[in-house]
Design a protein around this ligand. Structure first.
Ligand SMILES: Nc1ncnc2c1ncn2[C@@H]1O[C@H](COP(=O)(O)OP(=O)(O)OP(=O)(O)O)[C@@H](O)[C@H]1O
Length: 345
């Protein structure tokens, strides 16, 4: 179990981590999610005593990292795949780590085999590809057979087979009762791996929730309508008190109604429909909406620059106070990506 209490880190006037409190429990994969610059790496560095918190604390099984004897046996981490000594072979890099933590030499060959690097174990690690470097970093994390494992963006640089492998490895380690804490800025990746989610933005806690609850609350479903008689359709919907949002390409999106009800309504008014379909928004979209107010670097397109018109599904996240639990999406639909182009009917 890892416990963060009011963890805060400032770099000059920049608050990288802001009063972060949460528990990371054993027996599951906990995803640590946030956009670039959210404070994920800084938090992980403080967990490993590589950075001093400005205030607050981290406890690993009740102890500060500094109090752990032979820490590799408690907690293994992959933070930076390039942190290995490039002039040493993969084997010797791991052997040095093993010897300084009183880990038997036999374990080095074991972990090299686990990560699939046995064939290149005598090669200098500076010649390794990014993916091989990631594997070597994962081997070093596994070396002490620790109960807690932390991985910072572990799929970076891995090919599809490697990504599949690391996902399965994390799940297997969690099923053995270990605490697995893994950071990512990709919701789609977390949806496939994590049992629990901790979401941060600008160093602050935005959500601490089970993956199942996150999916339940954020898989927004809506109906998409397209008609050559759009003006009439909008008038009919308006008269019925149904809010429709224009989503481009002449389509309307409607929350809180069924395809059956809308199809029958259109039929009663003899309106031709070219599309009547049930849709589900992606989790990536929900994550982008949740963190929209805390993304450090935005790319701007002309579309983004357009002023928002009408109600927007993501507005709820922008208004939420830090630390509050996420609520269900409201019934106001919008367009993906938070560009605010929705328009009330
Ligand atoms: N040593 C430092 N000095 C000054 N600012 C820093 C330092 N380290 C991190 N920061 C700033 O703190 C914030 C959080 O950075 P951090 O690397 O922890 O974010 P992250 O969520 O890991 O981002 P990414 O996904 O891009 O790796 C950023 O604004 C970053 O620029």
């Amino acid at each position: 179990m890892i416990e963060l209490d009011g963890l805060t880190k400032r770099f000059g006037s920049k608050v990288a981590v802001d009063q972060l409190s949460c528990r990371i429990k054993p027996g599951m994969v906990t995803g640590f999610l946030g956009p670039n610059g959210a404070g994920k790496s800084t938090t992980m560095r403080m967990m490993l005593d590589l950075d001093n918190p400005t205030s607050g604390s981290v406890r690993i099984d009740g102890k500060h990292y500094r109090e752990l004897q032979e820490p590799l046996k408690y907690i293994g981490a992959l933070l930076d795949a390039k942190s290995m000594h490039g002039g040493r072979s993969a084997y010797n890099n791991l052997l040095c780590l093993a010897q300084s933590n009183r880990i038997p030499r036999s374990r080095v060959a074991e972990v090299l085999d686990t990560v699939g690097l046995t064939a290149v174990s005598k090669k200098k690690s500076k010649g390794f590809s990014l993916g091989m470097g990631q594997r070597l970093g994962i081997a070093s994390a596994l070396l002490g057979d620790p109960e807690i494992l932390m991985f910072d963006e572990p799929v970076n640089g891995l090919d599809p087979e490697g990504i599949h492998w690391i996902r399965n490895l994390m799940k297997t380690l969690a099923s053995e009762g270990r605490t697995i804490f893994v950071s990512s800025h990709l919701m789609s990746e977390m949806a496939l791996t994590a049992d629990h989610l901790i979401v941060i933005g600008q160093g602050r806690l935005l959500a601490d929730t089970s993956m199942a609850d996150f999916i339940h609350q954020n898989s927004r479903s809506y109906v998409r309508l397209r008609s050559p008689q759009q003006e009439r359709l909008r008038d009919v919907l308006h008269a019925e008190g149904i809010i429709a949002v224009e989503s481009g390409n002449g389509t309307l999106e409607i929350d809180g109604a069924t395809t059956e009800a809308l199809g029958e309504l259109a039929a009663r008014h003899s309106i031709v429909l070219h599309e009547l379909s049930s849709q589900r928004a992606s989790l990536e979209e929900a994550f982008m909406q949740m963190t929209a107010g805390s993304v450090e670097y935005h790319a701007h397109s002309e579309r983004d620059a357009a002023p928002p018109v009408g109600p927007h599904w993501g507005d709820q996240w922008g208004q939420r106070q830090p630390g509050a639990a996420p609520g269900p999406p409201d019934s106001t639909p919008g367009t993906p990506g938070g560009s605010g182009t929705g328009k009330g009917a």
